[in-house]
Design a protein around this ligand. Structure first.
Ligand code: MRU
Length: 349
């Protein structure tokens, strides 16, 4: 099950599934320059917090190979500028900054390891680190799946939002990874997929993944979720996360907060599945999480088809924050974390 490799390093290039083209066309984008990877993150060719982190790590490794510096200081300066270019792409996903920090640490450690180190040695170390981050991500997702599947019972009907699947990671997925793991142990589940306006990650990507693997699923529009919950058609909700503050407040795709409130109102457990690289203990609460605002075009048109009057003002926050009181548990690779989140999340590090 699950052969989807969202992105990988091949022949000194970063190869990624072009998620903008899905589900109508399955094609890949080959990035040979770091600027291509920066653009791919910005325009959502690659998206989802862990996948953005892996893409940035590989993009930084690619960028280091482009540097033509006369000395170590110049090399270091150019390397930091490449890292900064990635840091300016999307502000909400913690995994992006986590991956950049790892690449910087790898650079500094390699540089300090030997006085006769060459740019080629550094480049090799950076490529190895980026590939390592990619492989670790899949392993972490499988662990998260193994930990979280106990929360799913045979016959459960599960609601999910956005895409927290293989496509949002290097492979296997976080929230969808937990569902995959439940299927792998023979449980029968049914997934209700929120279409996830404005970019339709649910309708385009989650639906595509679930159909590819024959996991029974039904697509609904975002505004139908409350009705289904009220009618007793949902047993649990599982979503991914882009950043989790020290107290457990969680940023995820816009619309997640509303689902969590609806779940509480209807006595339905609400779970988040996320790796430790999504947790940001430097932020006390979700109020401090930076929320990305995206282009108004995403709201007024879809793939070129206009759906609102020209000149209409638009507000397009890409994420919202679910206060921890609405979260039943956070599924991580290190175990299932419950309240008190502040104490239990800090125990993971
Ligand atoms: O804007 P996107 O598509 O990058 O947003 C993605 C999400 O909100 C996902 O739910 C989140 O990154 C978790 S993915 C494992």
């Amino acid at each position: 099950m699950n052969q989807i490799r969202t992105l990988f390093w091949q022949d000194n290039a970063v190869v990624m599934i072009d998620q903008k083209a899905l589900p109508l066309e399955e094609r890949t984008l080959v990035c040979t320059r770091y600027e291509d990877v920066v653009a791919a993150i910005n325009d959502l060719t690659v998206r989802g917090a862990p996948a953005i982190g892996v893409a940035a790590a590989m993009g930084i490794a690619l960028g280091a190979r482009q540097i033509q510096a006369a000395n170590t200081e110049a090399f270091q300066r150019d390397f930091m500028a490449i890292c900064d270019a990635f840091a300016r792409t999307r502000p909400t996903a913690r995994n992006l900054f986590w991956a950049i920090e790892r690449m910087k640490r790898c650079f500094e450690k390699t540089l300090a390891s030997d006085t006769s180190i060459t740019p080629s040695d550094i480049n090799q170390a950076l490529v190895a680190e980026a590939i390592g981050i990619c492989e670790e991500d899949i392993a972490v997702n499988r662990k998260m799946g193994a930990n979280g599947r106990s929360l799913i019972k045979d016959g459960d009907r599960i609601l999910t939002h956005c895409n927290a699947g293989a496509l949002a990671t290097a492979g296997y997925g976080t929230a969808l990874g937990v569902m995959r793991a439940a299927c792998e142990e023979g449980k029968k589940i049914h997934v209700f997929v929120d279409e996830t306006r404005p970019v339709l990650q649910g309708a385009r990507l989650t639906a595509w993944e679930l159909m590819k693997e024959n996991i029974p699923a039904t697509l609904i529009t975002d505004n139908m979720a409350g009705f289904l919950m009220q009618r007793g058609k949902i047993d649990l909700v599982i979503t991914g996360a882009d950043r989790i503050a020290a107290n457990g407040d969680t940023a995820n795709k816009i619309g997640t907060y509303a689902l969590a409130v609806l779940a509480k109102e209807n006595n339905i457990p609400f779970y988040i599945a996320a790796p430790r690289s999504t947790i940001d203990l430097s932020l006390k609460t979700g109020d401090e999480i930076p929320i990305e605002e995206r282009n108004s075009e995403e709201v007024v048109a879809f793939q070129g088809a206009r759906s609102a009057p020209f000149g209409m003002p638009v507000y397009n926050p890409a994420f919202d924050v679910t206060p921890h009181r609405y979260i039943t548990a956070i599924i991580t690779e290190a175990g299932i974390i419950r309240s008190p989140f502040e104490k239990n999340l800090s125990g993971l590090f």
